[in-house]
Design a protein. Structure first.
Length: 152
């Protein structure tokens, strides 16, 4: 098990609790909106906002935290994260905020304490980038978007 250190921001509502897994098999831990004024934000269709969680985290070196939409909010209301998955790097120590977007047709209110996203702790593989004069050939070749699965 990987340990992610968590700290409350000043003024955060600690009664909301730390990120938590909703079930024994959940891959993502739920994050809650934690507004300093204990208020809410209204998102018009097409609008987005940075929603505070009231947390700061220390992700272990060799890992990242991925921020992902909650499927229920996406299906029912069109609430998503426009940069999904968002990445929290292991060397970031600032406030943990979530960019939430309303891709639905109706206004949506995010209230203090709402579960707004999920975070997944994932390993990071760093690559070396080697400049070459030619790449190896493959059956797909340079076929791009929509090129796989097309019968001729």
């Amino acid at each position: 098990m990987v340990s992610v250190r968590v700290m409350w921001d000043e003024g955060a509502d600690r009664s909301l609790g730390l990120p938590a897994y909703a079930s024994a098999g959940a891959a993502g831990a739920d994050l809650r909106a934690n507004f300093p004024d204990r208020g809410a934000v209204d998102l018009a269709p097409g609008a987005w906002a940075l929603v505070p969680t009231g947390l700061r985290i220390a992700v272990p070196e060799g890992f990242e935290v991925q921020l992902r939409p909650r499927s229920g909010l996406a299906l029912k209301y069109g609430i998503t994260l426009p940069n999904s998955p968002g990445t929290v790097d292991s060397d970031y120590r600032g406030p943990l905020g979530v960019i939430v977007m309303n891709a639905g047709d109706e206004p949506f209110e995010i209230t203090h304490g709402d579960r707004i996203a999920q975070m997944v702790v994932a390993p990071v593989v760093r690559a070396a980038f080697d400049l070459v004069d030619r790449l190896d050939d493959t059956a797909r070749g340079a076929g791009g978007f929509g090129s796989t699965g097309v019968s001729e």
